[in-house]
Design a protein around this ligand. Sequence first.
Ligand SMILES: [Zn+2]
Length: 174
Amino acid sequence: MDKLSPQQRHKTMAEIRNKNTKPEIIVRKGLWKRGFRYRLNHKRLPGHPDLVLRKYRTCIFINGCFWHGHLVDSSTMESSACCKIPTTNHDFWVAKIRRNKERDKEEQRKLAEMGWHCITVWECELKPKQREQTLDSIAFTLNHIWLQDHGAKSIPYPQLEEEDMQMPMAAEEK
Ligand SMILES: [Zn+2]
């Protein structure tokens, strides 16, 4: 009696997927607030990164811990604190999650070859208590990448500070 029609099933799955985009919105809002600008779901790049920051040559992937097997060792494929692999149809899930992990790795390798940096943000890192720290750390990494790509080490510290007050790495200049 409670079987869903294909349309209903599709709708339910779409709703689940919509709910899962929430972590993406947290990252988008957090980075926007910190002054970063980005493009969404870049279809022409490997893996369709969730966010693309061209100025930083960086792709950001926001990964669900279950689907992408967070903290799951690729050789043992044992459940982790983040990713409990179901005992029902265990082999199916192991194969699926392993494939996803391999795909993630392969896509990031391709992006690296094309000269892109990749940042992976895990859903568990966006829990309310950790959220701001995670976003700060992404911002820090992006600024670090920018400085590296632009050979900023040769720019004297005071000048850099004047040019852009929001570069935290400037404070670490030796
Ligand atoms: Zn996780």
